[in-house]
Design a binder for this molecule. Structure first.
Ligand code: FAD
Length: 354
């Protein structure tokens, strides 16, 4: 079996982002890389969105960018501007194609379907395949989205809706998320935060149908694309292994309160590339610990007070737009953290500290 200098397990968002970062910085000229990925074909399967708080490698894969968004509680709507840090959406198909066409030019990079096909004893391994052992009572953000096309112009494509809580909550946290790509095309997602222990929350098609017809008043539309996912809002147990580093969601790159992961993966890839020659000696790249601390308190509040979460999320956006965007993108200053904390209902949050 062939040996490689580096092995990336999982050629998804994190695995490919890292391979691209290494390749485009000439780190694979004299080094060999195996990418282990079981899928037979790459196609559009995810829509990655984020506020662009720093430049990234995938500007040419951005399907749409917005400078404004709304958030809805059951009775009110808040309008928020984000011109300085536009909200961008990346189409995973464009992302996969861009990276794969670059990687295939380098003969030092080989794809395999299974880790048993390579000798891994002397390689540095970057592993993006998570193993979640104890999942009991853990929260997930799970969602289902459809890209619809209406026959008439319907959407204002200058503004997207981040969260609409004007929907059935079923004792969990539930909201809709709408990204209008054009005036007649939008991705509409039903999103839940729950322990994933209740299959009845997964009548997703019904939820979307109700939302489209009763809330948005859309009766006729065609569905062009569907996506479904579940993002763990907890960390996998980290087991330190010599020569193996976890990356992506498996490597703790997900923000626990929101599920945002894409830009954290880009930062992690850059950090690994900058330190690749010394990677076993430098400390692991992590999301600042203060966010895990604050997010865990937030999730405890969420578990116990699901019916109030619509209003709590809504209140959070009373902060200045830059503070809330920086906070949700792990770029906030202490002053901005305090501004956001000050908008939270004190009693229920303090209770969760003890
Ligand atoms: C539908 C969806 C939408 C999302 N939207 C957003 C968003 O808008 N913004 C955001 O910031 N985050 C979003 N996320 C969260 C996060 O950005 C993604 O989950 C992202 O794909 C995580 O990258 P990853 O490399 O860790 O995992 P993945 O991209 O899932 O990659 C893991 C790879 O490992 C492969 N694999 C599986 N088993 C094995 C095995 N045994 N051996 C080898 N390979 C294996 C899989 O085929 C896959 O290609 C979304 C997640 C989902 C599921």
């Amino acid at each position: 079996m062939k040996e490689f200098d580096y092995i990336i397990i999982g050629g998804g968002c994190a695995g490919l982002s890292l391979a691209y970062e290494l390749e485009t910085h000439d780190k694979l000229k004299n080094k060999s890389l195996a990418i282990i990925e079981p899928r037979d074909e790459y196609k559009r399967d995810k829509t990655w969105s984020f506020w662009k708080v720093f430049p990234h490698n995938f500007e040419d894969c951005v399907k749409k960018s917005w400078n404004n968004f709304t958030i809805n509680s059951p009775n009110e709507t808040k309008y928020i501007e984000c011109k300085r840090t536009p909200y961008q959406t990346i189409d995973s198909e464009l992302f996969y194609n861009k990276i794969l066409s670059k990687l295939k030019l380098n003969k030092n990079i080989t794809f395999f379907k299974n880790i048993n096909e390579v000798n891994k004893s002397n390689s540095i391994i970057f592993n993006s395949v998570a193993k979640y052992e104890d999942q009991k009572n853990k929260l997930w953000q799970h969602f289902y989205g459809v890209e619809i096309e209406t026959d008439k112009e319907f959407f204002d494509d200058e503004i997207f809706n981040l969260m609409d809580f004007a929907c059935d909550q079923r004792n969990k946290v539930h909201f809709f998320y709408t990204l209008p790509f054009t005036k007649n095309k939008a991705l509409v997602e039903t999103t839940w935060i729950s322990e994933l222990d209740n299959e009845s929350l997964k009548d997703y098609d019904q939820q979307i149908d109700n939302y489209l017809s009763n809330h948005l008043n859309i009766r006729n539309c065609k569905i062009n694309y569907k996506e479904e996912g579940a993002i763990p809002l907890f960390r996998q147990k980290s087991i330190k292994k010599l020569n193996e580093i976890n990356i992506g969601s498996a490597g703790g790159m997900t923000r626990l309160s929101t599920g945002y992961t894409f830009l954290n993966i880009q930062e992690q890839s850059k950090y690994i590339r900058e330190n690749i020659d010394n990677i076993n000696k430098v400390k692991l790249f992590q999301i600042n610990k203060k966010y895990d601390f604050l997010d865990n308190i937030f999730l405890k509040v969420l578990k116990k007070n699901s019916s109030q979460m619509g209003n709590i999320f809504y209140k959070m956006f009373d902060s200045s737009p830059s503070s809330i965007i920086n906070f949700l993108s792990n770029k906030s200053s202490l002053f901005e953290d305090l501004e956001i904390i000050s908008k939270m209902p004190k009693t229920i949050f303090i209770k969760q500290l003890f």
